[in-house]
Design a binder for this molecule. Structure first.
Ligand code: AMP
Length: 417
């Protein structure tokens, strides 16, 4: 059932506790913490502007980093409050805790339209433990609860789940913010009833991370295009040689099961017909975990199913990119999760970028394109095509769990319409 939206509520003069995702990257510069990417702050602005325009008293709560229940000054939300004031072009008050007297006092002084940012909720151990007493302290200053932090909606924490339940039980409203509203529309409604053909592109490192998504999408899609290292586990399962490619040898049965299920349902299931391969050579350096760091040398196109013993598959090849673009050109709905290769290295990004261009071209012809979070969103941004797709999810793990059909605690706790 559709969830109550912040848009549906009478907000005038109400104290609205909003769980946002202000988990932005910070870097120390000249003794001060500086925000290096403010995307997540900008993404909340539409919801915040609606709250301000409708006369709410907006109280913002978020986590930042992993302080594990301790006060860690480098993970303070103070720099976020400062930047938010600039973006909203109005004063934003910052309170150095998220519960207690200082918060109660600050909230009591708020006027309709005012905005207050609370300190990092994860400075208290009760947040991640979803401690009912801590959730009750957070809820004590709220008439209405709004969740707009999709990225943490798969976690049952006090500020994502506990507060919602308490506010609702008291007779208040618990609603989705505009961001979560859109996530539910695109990852939920649009994919439940997709215009056809519905083409799914899946990539990334491991079959095991995506198997539930693959299994569920085989029941909905008309075609599934596989890329990334995941493709090599499928190839291995089919008896091909994969050289030094990243594979999960113990997951070939899962791969065969998926292939059989797709065949039985008449779903087109495409694997790469060529790959970019490279020869790993010990660089003499160690990675963070102390393992030898490999340089990927001598990249070349490898045609066919078998990869030579000394080489590793690092991207889909040009013929595969053309074949995938052709399928995408017929699509009316596209879902993409996971890169086609090691796109962080510009030498192995072309497969991912060519798929990004094909998704953009399908969108221009009227298809709805939905980018399911994490690395695929990074790739679309890198390809400068974010305006050329219909929707990019703001969740990584959360969008994957949602696509698997799991109930997200932070969404389940919101009231139905
Ligand atoms: P995931 O989080 O499962 O979507 O995986 C994303 C990661 O998969 C990215 O960091 C890619 O570099 C990596 N990846 C994609 N293709 C390959 C490949 N052929 N070999 C190794 N890693 C890959």
């Amino acid at each position: 059932m559709a969830k109550l939206s912040v848009n549906d509520l009478d907000l005038q003069g109400k104290r609205v506790f909003v769980r946002v995702d202000f988990n932005v990257p910070l870097e120390e510069k000249d003794g001060q913490m500086v925000i290096t990417d403010e995307t997540r702050i900008r993404e909340t602005l539409k919801t915040l502007e609606l709250l301000i325009a409708r006369g709410a008293k907006t109280i913002l709560a978020s986590h930042l980093g992993r302080p594990d229940g301790q006060v860690v000054p480098s993970m303070s939300l103070a720099p976020v409050a400062t930047r938010l004031a600039e973006l909203l072009n109005r004063p934003v008050r910052f309170v150095e805790d998220c519960v207690g007297e200082a918060v109660e006092k600050a909230v009591a002084q708020m006027q309709p339209g005012d905005v207050t940012v609370l300190e990092n909720v994860r400075f208290h151990a009760g947040e991640e433990a979803n401690d009912p007493a801590f959730a009750a302290r957070l809820a004590s200053i709220a008439d209405i609860y709004v969740n707009d932090a999709f990225g943490t909606a798969h976690r049952a924490h006090a500020s994502t789940e506990g507060v919602a339940r308490i506010v609702t039980a008291r007779g208040g409203s618990s609603a989705a913010g505009l961001l979560i509203d859109r996530e539910l529309k695109f990852l939920g409604d649009e994919l439940d009833h997709p215009a056809r053909p519905f083409v799914v592109i899946l990539g990334g490192a491991k079959v095991s991370d995506k198997i539930q998504v693959i299994d569920r999408l085989i029941e909905k899609a008309d075609a599934i295009l596989i890329g990334g290292a995941m493709a090599y586990t499928f190839k291995l399962a089919l008896g091909a040689k994969v050289g030094l490619s990243l594979v999960e040898k113990d997951k070939t049965d899962i791969a065969l099961h998926a292939l059989a299920k797709a065949k039985a349902r008449g779903v087109k299931f495409l694997l790469p017909v060529d790959n970019i391969v490279a020869t790993p050579v010990d660089s003499g350096k160690k990675d963070k975990k102390g393992r030898p760091k490999m340089d990927l040398t001598q990249p070349r196109v490898n045609i066919g199913d078998n990869i030579p013993d000394a080489e590793e598959g690092v991207d889909i090849g040009p013929a595969t990119a053309i074949a995938y673009a052709e399928v995408l050109s017929t699509a009316k709905t596209v879902l993409w999760n996971g890169p086609m290769g090691i796109f962080e290295d510009p030498r192995f990004a072309e497969g991912t970028f060519s798929v990004a261009r094909a998704v953009a071209a399908a969108t221009a012809k009227g298809a709805k394109s939905i980018i399911g979070g994490g690395d695929s969103v990074k790739a679309i941004n890198k390809a400068k095509l974010s305006d050329a797709v219909t929707f990019m999810s703001t969740g990584g793990g959360a969008s994957l769990e949602f696509l698997e059909g799991k109930v997200l605690p932070g969404v389940a706790a919101l009231q139905d319409k």
